[in-house]
Design a protein around this ligand. Structure first.
Ligand code: SF4
Length: 231
């Protein structure tokens, strides 16, 4: 059986970067908040030991679809130790990835749940849970170095970049020096090196519970990404 050395290279680079992320202490406010959340457990997860530190990103090291979210949820990724895992945004995201062939199962509940992504990689503008889901500008600048590295590592294979919410959209544009684009749901832009940027609302409860983002609006985004990747 032949071995794909380039994939091993990207896998190794992403693993090393995630080791650095886990040890990162650049944003004291977020490190403190993540730890505090880990200590103040709620009844639903009372028996769980929270991850309570910077959350690694994950997915296929040969991803064609790069999904950029906001940050780990306090009782989602900050609890489970995997981004988009164990919270309602993760539920929406992974169900859509499964329905469009990017995931082997429709749920994302723990690091050890057997979820495997194919052609997709999940990351975020910030890798620590922020109070009220709002990282400070300086914290976003700190974490942008990791986003920049991921974009570079995945550069060869990425065909579609999907940003979820305005903070992720702004973070991507800043890191890649993309100017003049407007945020809005289902906006599609050609970007450098024959890639496509798809802009979406974030699947937070505030959007999904109010009808700002319906399931049909959401799944259309992933169907579009799938169609671009397949063509
Ligand atoms: S948000 Fe990013 S830069 Fe800040 S401490 Fe967490 S991992 Fe480090």
């Amino acid at each position: 059986m032949s071995t794909d050395l380039s994939a091993i290279g990207e896998d190794l680079l992403l693993r090393r970067m995630n080791e650095r992320i886990i040890d990162c202490k650049l944003c004291p406010r977020l490190i403190k908040y993540s730890r505090e959340i880990g200590k103040t457990r709620i009844q639903k997860f009372t028996d769980e030991v929270y991850w309570a530190k910077p959350v690694p990103t994950f997915g296929d090291p040969k991803a064609k679809l790069l999904v950029i979210g906001l940050a780990p949820a306090a009782r989602g990724g900050n609890r489970t130790g995997r981004i988009f895992t164990g919270d309602s945004s993760g539920d929406w995201l992974v169900k859509a990835l499964f329905e469009t062939g990017f995931a082997n199962k429709p749920t994302s509940v723990s690091k050890d749940d057997g979820l495997i992504l194919k052609d997709a990689y999940l990351t975020a503008a910030a890798r620590c849970a922020p109070p009220e889901n709002k990282p400070n500008p300086s914290e976003l600048v700190n974490c942008s170095e990791y986003l920049k590295s991921e974009i570079k590592i995945l550069e060869k294979t990425t065909k579609v970049v999907l940003t979820l919410g305005k903070i992720a959209f702004d973070a991507y544009c800043k890191v890649c020096n993309v100017k003049g684009l407007k945020f809005g749901h289902n906006k599609i832009y050609p970007i450098h090196n024959d890639k496509t940027l798809i802009v979406s609302y974030h699947p937070s409860r505030r959007n999904t519970n109010t009808g700002t983002l319906t399931w049909q609006m959401w799944i259309n985004i992933f169907q579009k990404a799938r169609s671009i990747i397949n063509n």
